[in-house]
Write a protein that binds this ligand. Structure first.
Ligand code: PEP
Length: 264
C-alpha cells in the first residue's frame, strides 16, 4: 500500500500540490510541461515535506513517469475503474495504472460526478480499490452553488465523506487524501473565502476522524492561483491544493510551490 501520510492524531501533515492536467494537453505538450517543471525544480530544491504530484491524461503517464523517475515528482491517474480486469470497455484498472508508473489516483472529481454521473456507490468502490491495490487516493468532494445557497454545504460534505470512506480501516486512511473542491469555484475564477475554506476543512477533518478514528490531509481546489495561494495555503486546516488551470504552466505551478513552502 502506498501510504501518503502517517494518519496519526498528533502530526501536522506535509503540503501536497497536485496538478490536475485534465484533458488539456497532448502527450507531447505534457512531456514539454514535465520537462519545464524538472527545470524549475532543479533551480529550487523541494523539501521532503512538500509533495509535488502530477495527474496527466492516462496516455501521458508512462512517458511522464519515466521523465520524473528519481525526482521528487510523482505521477498519478485522474480516474480508475475499481475492478482488476474484465469486460469494462474503455476503463483502466488500478494495476494498469501502477504498471504505467502511477502511484496515486484522483477519485470522484466533480467533472466526473456531473459529466458521466458517477454516483456515491461507484466512488466508494473506487476509493477502496485504489487503496487496497496500493495507490494513494485523492477523494474529491464539494457542494454546488445551489447547495451552498440553500445552507446545505456541511450536510453535503458529511454525506459524500460518509459514503466514500465506509469500510476503510484507520490503516487504509493513511493512503487517503481529501480535496475540498466547491463545484462553483472549479475553473470559474471564483474562489472560496478563507472563512468558507477553514469551515469546510475543519468539518471534513472532524467527520473523517469520527468515522475512521484516523486523520487525512485535506487539500483545497477551485481556482487556486498564485494571487490567492499564499493566503489559502497558509490556513492551518489546508494541507495543499488540487490545481487545474494554474498547473498548466510551470511558472504558475512553481509560484504555488513557493506559496506552499511559505505556508508550512
Ligand atoms: C480542478 O479541476 O480540480 C480544479 C481545481 O480546477 P481549477 O484549479 O482550474 O479551478
Amino acid at each position: 500500500m502506498t501510504t501518503a501520510h502517517s494518519g496519526t492524531d498528533m502530526q501536522s501533515f506535509p503540503c501536497y500540490l497536485v496538478a490536475n492536467w485534465k484533458m488539456s494537453l497532448s502527450t507531447r505538450q505534457s512531456l514539454e510541461l514535465a520537462t519545464a517543471l524538472m527545470h524549475e525544480a532543479s533551480m529550487m530544491p523541494i523539501p521532503d515535506d512538500l509533495h509535488t504530484w502530477i495527474a496527466p491524461s492516462f496516455l501521458a503517464i508512462p512517458d511522464i513517469a519515466r521523465k520524473v523517475a528519481g525526482t521528487r515528482f510523482r505521477v498519478g491517474g485522474q480516474n480508475l475503474w475499481p475492478e482488476q480486469h474484465g469486460a469494462y470497455t474503455g476503463e483502466v484498472s488500478p494495476t494498469q495504472l501502477k504498471e504505467m508508473g502511477a502511484t496515486f489516483v484522483i477519485v470522484g472529481h466533480s467533472e466526473r460526478r456531473s459529466l458521466v454521473h458517477e454516483g456515491e456507490e461507484l466512488i466508494r468502490r473506487k476509493v477502496k480499490s485504489a487503496i487496497t491495490n496500493g495507490l494513494a487516493c485523492i477523494l474529491c468532494i464539494g457542494e454546488t452553488r445551489d447547495e451552498r445557497k440553500a445552507g446545505k454545504t456541511l450536510a453535503v460534505l458529511r454525506s459524500q465523506i460518509t459514503s466514500a470512506v465506509l469500510g476503510l480501516s484507520p490503516h487504509e486512511v493513511r493512503s487517503l487524501l481529501i480535496a475540498y473542491e466547491p463545484v462553483w469555484a472549479i475553473g470559474t475564477g471564483e474562489v472560496a473565502t478563507t472563512e468558507q475554506i477553514a469551515e469546510a476543512h475543519t468539518t471534513i477533518s472532524t467527520i473523517v476522524a469520527e468515522l475512521t478514528t484516523a486523520r487525512c490531509p485535506v487539500l483545497y481546489g477551485g481556482s487556486l492561483k498564485p494571487e490567492n495561494a499564499p493566503e489559502i495555503l497558509a490556513l492551518p486546516s489546508v494541507h495543499g491544493g488540487l490545481i487545474g488551470g494554474a498547473s498548466l504552466q510551470s511558472g504558475s505551478y512553481f509560484e504555488l510551490v513557493r506559496a506552499g513552502l511559505a505556508g508550512m
